[in-house]
Design a protein around this ligand. Structure first.
Ligand code: PMV
Length: 326
């Protein structure tokens, strides 16, 4: 009744922003991402008749908030319902990256939790079924289960699942994550998804995303980095345009974010092929090829306001581990 799973965070090349069903976390559009090697969550889950309630522990300073614990318990319920059991669980989890960096800990967290809980309850589920279960916990978590470069399909409860387009070894891409701020988010991404339709640009975004999905798939197929990076930046700016025009507006960028966006454009002019993308926070993901990693790492040193740099390569998806946390 005990199992441990390890899962990576992921960075979206085409973003998931807005849903057609909040409870089932059905996305308004398909998205495409890459799993991140240096941003990993490990979670151990043990179900036991001896327990009279769920105990949830984050093994890092600060631990989980009450709200986060409730969300973990709700996801345990999703897996328990699937297994038709009500037995309580002990959960322990730890990240290789500080939660406060906002480096997508909900994606790796809910992927690891779902895979560990399903295994601990003896459910034998396909990868597709696991991604559907993880999606209910946190939308982007479904993309952390398959290998490498991943597509999450839109659709209904049964058809909105994630699958691998290419394994991690397919293309030597880097996500050099520049941490520029550790302040808590004013508005969570969950609340942001809920008010997305208040932006007059949301429907226009949905029209444009379909074409971008086709272009990203073509760029991946051809290993055309310039095309990949161009579409990544375009979709990031489009999502933030929607965020900034929602009511209330979501303004995630800081001065350091803007400085890095300008720097990236200058670096490109000076011959370094690097592109940026940004999620629901101020930190900037610098996307380049492995051959340009050193030049990008060097260039970042000249930008003020960068507190930390996390170097990610493409990673495999969630997996079961024998190294339990308790
Ligand atoms: O899975 P959520 O609710 O944290 O939404 C994630 C949304 C973005 O990170 C902004 C984009 C994405 O596709 O990862």
């Amino acid at each position: 009744m005990k199992a441990t799973a390890v899962a990576p965070a992921n960075i979206a090349f085409i973003k998931y922003w807005g849903r057609t069903d909040a409870a089932l976390r059905l996305p308004a559009n398909a998205s495409i991402s890459m799993n991140l090697s240096a941003s990993i969550t490990t979670t151990t889950v043990e179900f036991s008749d001896a327990l009279s309630q769920d105990t949830i522990e984050l093994l890092e300073p600060g631990g989980f908030s009450e709200k986060e614990i409730r969300r973990v318990v709700r996801q345990l319920d999703v897996v328990r319902n699937k297994a038709r059991t009500r037995v309580f669980a002990r959960v322990a989890t730890k990240n290789t990256f500080p939660k406060s960096t906002g480096a997508a800990s909900s994606a790796s967290g809910f992927a690891a939790l779902t895979v560990a809980a399903a295994s601990a309850l003896g459910l034998s589920l396909s990868e597709k079924e696991l991604t559907i279960l993880a999606r209910v916990g946190s939308g982007s978590a479904c993309r952390s289960i398959p290998d490498g470069f991943v597509k999450w399909e839109g659709g209904d409860s049964a058809s909105s699942f994630a699958h691998s387009l290419y394994p991690a070894s397919y293309w030597d891409i880097r996500d050099v994550l520049a941490i520029v701020g550790s302040t808590g988010k004013d508005v969570s991404s969950t609340a942001g998804h809920d008010s997305v339709r208040t932006s007059p640009y949301f429907l226009r975004r949905l029209d444009a995303v379909a074409g971008r999905i086709t272009r990203i798939e073509q760029a991946l197929k051809d290993k055309n980095f310039q095309m990949l990076g161009t579409v990544i930046e375009e979709d990031c700016l489009d999502m933030h345009h929607v965020m900034q025009t929602q009511v209330p507006p979501l303004l995630y960028w800081s001065d350091a974010t803007r400085m890095l966006m300008d720097a990236v454009r200058n670096w490109r002019t000076n011959g370094i092929p690097v592109y940026f993308t940004i999620d629901a926070g101020p930190n900037v993901h610098l996307i380049c090829e492995g051959k340009d990693e050193d030049r990008v790492l060097d260039a970042i040193k000249a930008v003020s306001g960068v507190e930390n740099v996390i170097l990610n390569k493409p990673a495999g998806g969630a997996r079961i581990s024998t190294k339990h946390l308790f």
